[in-house]
Design a protein around this ligand. Structure first.
Ligand code: MTE
Ligand code: MOS
Length: 760
């Protein structure tokens, strides 16, 4: 019986497609209050006064709370504790909460908001992170507006840029915000449990973060707060940080009123006030010899963090480690800054600061290839990281270093050389082919070492069913399916015997966040641990019944024993139950140790890396500049696909989201105020825009992963925009320096007379 590696149907498909799955807004309690968050419209202001009186008198208004009503600590516990749940005296971005209203019906809460009298005094703002870093900028974050600065210094005594022989390519790149656009907006529900403890249910990626936040705002201990994930309609990183804030606000209402409370954002509020991908400014210098071999890179990467630190430290750290790309290079000098501005705080988004830097390093590689007249695939092969090579942080790579395989596979299936030399379609449509490659550290790495653990709980019921719970969450990526497959394979039972429970902080120990493509590897290993323990409990019973030595007994095909002599799994469980054997176990897994030196940026920051190569084919209309993406060949090394169909699903979805990032998506925020907070003006690709996506899996097992699996959730998005920007550049023989490659931008490139923008 093969379960791992099979394209089995998703275990959560049926309740989702039949509408039976309960999302948080589907759940109602008697006596429940509806919460409206009052948000400051100004990007930077002092709160002079808040007059609640008239609003409080409105019939149906049960509570209006401000920062002074918080019994615990008014700071969201993320990496730093600089962001208040509710602003106290100064508001740092447009959309920051200043009060919360709870009413018996949503429209009453909205009406009450109009009756509030809040006086603000506007303060000077800074919107551009490069401006924020200047000494004369208004001070909005500590002494210098710099939240964090990471650096990498590898081989810097030998600077190739001083060498007159070296070929130098220099570029300044900009990338936009990206809105997560999860299909289900943010939402939470809170209520009191039977002993007066606080219970929270909601759409989220990280229940343990939410638990800490709720305990902190209320001044409770963690065991007084229970958090359960509701069915979650997409997160993409956007439900890593902000659910902590929303759950804190909802729990505050429940704590003060004793009543259940619900807080659901509408789309406009969600886009305006929730985190996004960090916009970036990148200055990149590349040096190579005449054969195209990289000699060195120098990178300055500035991230617009928004008004509070949130997850910027993590995003910047990833940026520093991945700035070189999947290449072998002796000299690496990187400076990454996350600077505070009076804009919405940015957070995690599929890839944490890596898609931005991939765009820059992959444009650089292509420009180098053009300059030296080398094929873009070839230049990547020349520089490819191979087994035994060292990464940008000086980490020697040993296991599952499959980068070259992804390039070769992409070259082959895209028919790169054939297509490259094909004539143009016609005079107005220019066809272009582009490639991009990337490396990505799987899991939290040295930066998140304390969270790099995962628990699981596996129980066999007396009728032979299996119950599994883990501390990581399902948000659409297929985690429950692949983890169910692992449990079924380990215990030798059919997939439909496995029943998966919701993630709940009272059920399993803190397993860290569900981010960084870590769930399959971390929870998968943890489930294997739990299953091994269960089999150890069951083995003595099997030995006794079968009269076989333990080494001849296996769990397979709903049977226990071997091909010649066996009993059914059900029979064994029945016997074990009657013998009072413990049929429950808790699995545990800790990630291997990682290292990182803050001064040099060197070390082994991740225990394994995923690799990928994307080839894209585009048509560019030279009259309008419009880019039409025709095909995306997406080759990913996943170590092992536990379920090739969900893996391909991730590649399909990630590719489309990456294409949105590359071609359509941008937030318009003059003076820090978001102007396109809806889906008629914030454009994401729909099925109508979807190109042909050709997913290809490379499986070079990673010894430390469950059945060899690494991670794929984020890599599926990461190289796509870079690949498209290279295809567009090749089509129009002009260099793209900025995302997204919208019609206006491309038209401007086509119609520029500035010489350096026009390629020979
Ligand atoms: N796929 C779907 N359908 N929905 C999501 O919200 N989030 C992505 C990715 N794929 C996401 C998704 C992000 S940002 C991460 S970190 C991973 O899934 C997390 O899941 P994993 O650890 O199981 O890969
Ligand atoms: Mo994904 S950005 O790590 O939630």
């Amino acid at each position: 019986m093969k379960i791992v590696g099979e394209p089995l149907p998703r275990v959560d498909a049926k309740p989702k497609v039949t509408g039976r799955a309960l999302f948080v807004d589907d759940i109602k309690f008697a006596n429940m209050l509806y919460i409206r968050v009052v948000r400051c419209p100004h990007p930077h202001a002092k709160i002079i006064s808040i007059d609640l009186e008239e609003a409080k008198r409105l019939n149906g208004v049960e509570a209006i709370l401000t920062a002074k009503d918080i019994p615990g600590k008014n700071a969201v516990p993320l990496v730093y504790q600089d962001q208040p749940f509710i602003a106290e005296s100064e508001v740092m971005f447009s959309g920051e909460p200043v009060a919360i209203i709870a009413a018996t019906l949503p429209y009453i809460a909205r009406r009450a908001e109009k009756l509030l009298k809040i006086k603000y005094e506007n303060l000077p703002t800074v919107i551009d992170p490069r401006e924020a870093m200047k000494p004369e900028a208004p001070r909005i974050y500590k002494d210098d507006n710099i939240i964090v600065h990471y650096k990498t210094r590898k081989g810097i005594s030998n600077n190739p840029f001083n060498n007159s022989e070296s070929v130098i390519i220099e570029g300044r790149y900009t990338t936009p915000h990206q809105e997560h656009a999860y299909i289900e907006p943010q939402g939470v529900l809170s209520y009191l449990g039977p002993n007066g403890n606080i219970k929270v249910m909601g759409s989220m990626q990280c229940p343990f973060y939410v638990q800490s936040a709720v305990a902190q705002i209320l001044g409770l201990s963690l065991n007084e707060v229970e958090v359960e994930q509701a069915v979650t309609g997409g997160g993409f990183g956007g439900k890593e940080d902000v659910p902590s804030i929303l759950a804190g606000l909802s729990a505050l209402i429940t704590y003060k009123t004793g009543r259940p409370a619900k807080l659901i954002l509408d789309r406009e509020e969600d886009i305006k006030a929730m985190s996004k991908r960090h916009p970036a400014f990148i200055h990149y210098r590349t040096s190579s010899d005449k054969t195209g071999k990289l000699l060195g890179v120098e990178v300055e990467y500035i991230l617009n963090a928004g008004a509070y630190s949130s997850l910027s430290t993590i995003v910047a750290w990833r940026g520093a480690i991945h700035a070189l790309g999947p290449y072998n290079c002796e000299y690496v000098k990187v400076d990454v800054y996350a600077a505070a501005t009076n804009t919405v705080p940015n957070g995690a988004f599929r890839g944490f600061g890596t898609p931005q830097i991939i765009f820059a390093h992959e444009r650089q590689m292509d420009r180098l290839a053009v300059k030296l007249n080398i094929d873009p695939i070839e230049i990547r092969k020349i520089n490819a990281l191979r087994e035994g090579h060292k990464t940008a942080t000086d980490q020697a790579l040993s296991d599952s270093v499959s980068f070259l395989k992804t390039i070769e596979k992409a070259e082959e299936i895209s028919e790169w050389h054939l297509k490259k030399n094909k004539p143009q379609k016609n005079e107005t449509q220019k066809r272009g082919l582009g490639v991009s490659s990337f490396i990505y550290g799987v899991g939290l790495g040295a930066g998140g070492a304390i969270y790099a653990k995962a628990a699981s709980f596996v129980q066999i019921t007396k009728d032979g069913g299996v119950i599994v719970a883990v501390g990581t969450t399902e948000m659409g990526q297929g985690m429950k399916t692949v983890l169910s497959q692992i449990a079924a394979q380990e215990l030798g039972v059919n997939l439909d015997k496995v029943h998966f429970l919701e993630a709940n902080t009272s059920r399993v120990p803190d397993s860290g966040p569900t981010v960084a493509s870590r769930a399959t590897l971390m929870s998968g290993n943890s489930i294997i641990d739990a299953c091994i323990k269960l089999k150890q409990n069951l083995l003595p019973v099997a030995v006794e019944v079968l009269e076989l030595p333990p080494e001849n007994i296996e769990f397979f095909d709903e049977k226990v024993g071997n091909n010649k002599k066996n009993i059914s799994f059900m029979e064994l469980i029945d016997k074990a139950y009657k013998k009072r054997v413990n049929l429950t176990s808790q699995g545990w897994f800790c990630a291997p140790e990682c290292t990182y030196d803050m001064e040099t940026g060197l070390g082994s920051p991740y225990f394994t890396y995923a690799f990928g190569t994307i080839v894209s084919e585009v048509d560019v209309d030279i009259n309008t500049g419009q880019v039409d993406v025709l095909r995306l060949y997406c080759v990913h090394d996943v170590g092992k696909a536990i379920n090739p169909q969900t893996a391909e699903g991730q590649i399909q979805g990630g590719a489309l989201q990456g294409m949105g990032y590359g071609v359509f998506e941008e937030i318009i925020f003059p003076e820090g105020i978001i102007k396109n907070a809806d889906f008629s003006t914030y454009i994401i690709p729909t099925a109508m825009d979807a190109p042909e996506i050709i997913p290809v899996l490379v499986e070079e097992a990673y010894k430390g992963g469950p059945y060899g699996a690494k991670g794929l959730g984020e890599p599926s998005l990461m190289g796509v925009a870079a690949s498209i920007s290279n295809a567009v550049s090749n089509a129009i023989k002009r260099d793209v320096f900025s995302l997204p490659v919208k019609g206006e931008y491309v038209w401007n490139l086509l119609n520029t007379t500035i010489k350096e923008k026009v390629r020979n």
